[in-house]
Structure formats: C-alpha cells, structure tokens
Design a binder for this molecule. Sequence first.
Ligand code: ADP
Length: 319
Amino acid sequence: MKRIAVFTSGGDAPGMNAHIRAVERTGEKRGLEVIGIIGGYSGMMLGHFEVLDRIRTANIIDRGGTILKTSRCPEFEEVEGRIKAAEELRKHGIDGVVACGGDGTFHGAHYLWQEHGIPIVGTPGTIDNDLSGTDYTIGYDTAINTAAQAIDKIRDTADSHGRLFFIEVMGRHAGFIAMDVGIACGAEYVAVPETLTDIDEMYQRILAQGLDKRTVVIVGEGDELGGALGISKKLEERYGISSKISILGHIQRGGSPTVRDRVLASRLGAAAVDALLEGRSDVMVGEMSGQITSVPLEQTWEERKLVPPYLTELAYLLV
Ligand code: ADP
C-alpha cells in the first residue's frame, strides 16, 4: 500500500478536521502518500482529489466543519455512480480509503468494497452517536456541550418568566443527545425517539412542577409525536397549555471540537490507517471501554445502538 485517501461524508461533525490531520500525519509516518477527496462521494465520482501534507493539515485541529467538505450524493446509491467512483480511485492509484461519516456513508463504503474490492475503513463521524461498535462518535461530545450551553441560557429566561419550554435537539433516530443534555441541564422531561412519549404523563410532570414555574422539556428531533412542535401542539390541544419552542438546529453541528472529540478523532485516524496497512477492510474502527475496536460496517447499522436504560432511569430519578 503506497497511497491512501481520506474523505468526510454525510452530516459534518466537529472533530472531522482533527481526524483528517491524524490520517495525514499517521500516513506520512508510515511512508504513505495521503490524498484528500473533496466533497464526499460526489468528489470521489468527479475525481476531486488533492494531495495532503503537514502544511495543508496544520492549524486545523481546533476548527469545526471539514476542510475536505462533505455532501449528500444520491448518485452514489446507484451501481453506476459507484463504478465511476471506483474508476477515479484506480486512475489515481489509491490503494485504500478512510471514510469518515455516519451509517449512510458506511453503506456506500460497504458497496464500494463488495463491488470493486477497494479496501475501505470507516470511522464514526456524526454528532448523533447512533453507531453501534463505538462508545462515542466523533463530534458527539462537542454537540452535547454546545446544546447544553444553549439550554442553560434558555433555562434562565424560562425561569425568570415561569414558562414551559420545549427545546428540540438533533437526533433523527437516536436520543443520545437529548438524554445526555436532559440530565446535564436538569430537564423536567426528556422525549426520545426510542420510547413512546406519553402526553398525559408529561402533563402530570408539568403540573407537579407547577404551571407557573419554569419547566424545560428536551425533545429529540426524531420523537414520534413530531418533535418539539408536535408535542407542544398536542399538549395544547389536550390540556390547553401554551408553551415556547426553541429548535437548536444546526448550531449543534458547528464550533471548535472539545478536547474529547479531538483526542477521539486523532486516535481513530491513526487506527484507521493502521487497519488499512494490516489488510483490513469493510470495517469501522471505534473505541469501546478505552480500547480500539473494529467491527464489520454492516454491524454498525444492523445492530441498533440504544440509549442505555440507566440514563433514562437517572433522568427520571433526578427530576
Ligand atoms: P451519514 O453518512 O451522515 O449517515 P447520509 O445518510 O446522508 O449521511 O449518507 C451520506 C452519503 O452516503 C449519501 O449521500 C450517499 O452518497 C451515501 N449513501 C447513503 N446510503 C447509501 C446506500 N444505501 N448505498 C450507497 N450509498 C449510500
């Protein structure tokens, strides 16, 4: 193996730059040339490649976003799109690829390996923390800290006015962000996609808190009742209670990565390069209980990673 490539794909996550830096530095130390693919699978299909070196990857460890950009690329979901991408990789003499992204990115990586035999190792880059095979994903720690800071501020105003607030955080399929920030910010109720949200029970909690008191409900965006907006409407219809809604949105994706995210991103970058050199492919490298792990890409989406019940119990115990 002489030349490897790295790319970021799907939803961006803070720490992706630290990860790119780690892949480049590790590759260089192991005597490899490292190429950056610009713009995820779209860039792979178009041959948008650039040589990475120490200078290009200097001063990026603390930056949010991704210097390699990212994209959603429906063409790559088709066989023809992947043929184009494989041709470009071969044309540029790329012997192995590090793919940083979420489960969509891993589906694509899996097919690229199966259909074209291009060695590819995935690394978990998503703020949602919803990938099985790793305790945490790159970007998650930054996202929860950003969300917690925003919620603390909303709590101040909710407290001053004695208002009920629904604060929606990201997480289409997983409630990790909601549950962690719910506990960290002392929320009165946490609604997550994994469990059915009981409006009547929520109402009882709000009553117990006092209708004229501050009540903060954290809602994961994928909650089955339609996120913060859906829940607030249902509560108003059923019990005539009005509330304020705040959707934190993309603020959770940006910003300088926390130390934890930088270290995780760096460690997994080095581990991914070494996995390629050891001849592994079609796997995601992650970290569990402090150890580097390597699991088949398919496992990362087939085995659903759920919010551990002890966190749910803790959130309710501490209300
Ligand atoms: P994430 O990687 O963060 O989950 P997406 O779900 O948007 O983000 O996936 C990123 C990209 O991965 C998609 O734009 C597409 O190019 C590719 N992809 C997603 N699903 C598949 C699939 N089933 N087959 C092939 N490629 C896929």
